[in-house]
Write a protein that binds this ligand. Structure first.
Ligand code: CA
Length: 177
């Protein structure tokens, strides 16, 4: 299966940690998309704040219509709270959802896509049926035992092509040495 790699490196006084985003070029349902992320990278994208949301969208290919891109937030029944996979984020922005979403239109819209259209819906979310086919968005953490600190690893995303300063610090769980 084809995939595209987006490499974003951060430099921090002598050593480099890189957090990378990746997306598929073929569509798949949400569960397949997560498995694809786990097989090839770390996991499906978990968004931790608006800055990351916007940055992720800036890296994804613009699309004019569905299918868009799955992200790692889901629920299992209608009245349940939305939750991110991996427990690394509880973030829910006030303006995350597209207008009139989440609408649970098919009564079973328990997965979430992110729009990469141009215009006012760009970067907004929509609840969708989990068996719909969309592109996968994944991240790969680069933590090693030497950068693991009490079960947590911090990685800096730094856009080396523009501003030479960290724009995001990502936290993941890791295994201590
Ligand atoms: Ca919807």
């Amino acid at each position: 299966m084809n995939w595209t790699q987006i490499v974003v490196f951060g430099s921090l006084t002598g050593f480099t940690l890189g957090w990378t985003y990746h997306y598929s070029t073929e569509t798949m349902n949400w569960a397949e998309a997560r498995k694809w992320c786990q097989t090839n990278f770390s996991d499906m994208v978990v968004i931790q704040n608006q800055l990351e949301n916007d940055y992720l969208v800036s890296l994804l290919p613009p699309r004019n219509s569905s299918p868009y891109f799955w992200i790692g937030i889901t629920k299992t029944y209608a009245n349940e709270t939305w939750r991110w996979i991996g427990n690394n984020s509880t973030w829910m922005g006030n303006e995350s959802w597209a207008e009139n979403e989440p609408n649970n239109e098919h009564s079973t819209e328990f997965c979430v896509e992110i729009y990469t259209s141009r215009g006012h819906n760009r970067g907004k979310w929509n609840d969708e049926k989990c068996n719909a086919r969309k592109y996968a968005t994944c991240y790969k953490a680069q933590c090693t035992s030497s950068t693991c600190d009490r079960g947590r690893c911090h990685e800096i995303i730094n856009n080396v092509w523009s501003v030479p300063r960290p724009i995001l610090i990502m936290e993941t769980s890791c295994a201590p040495p």
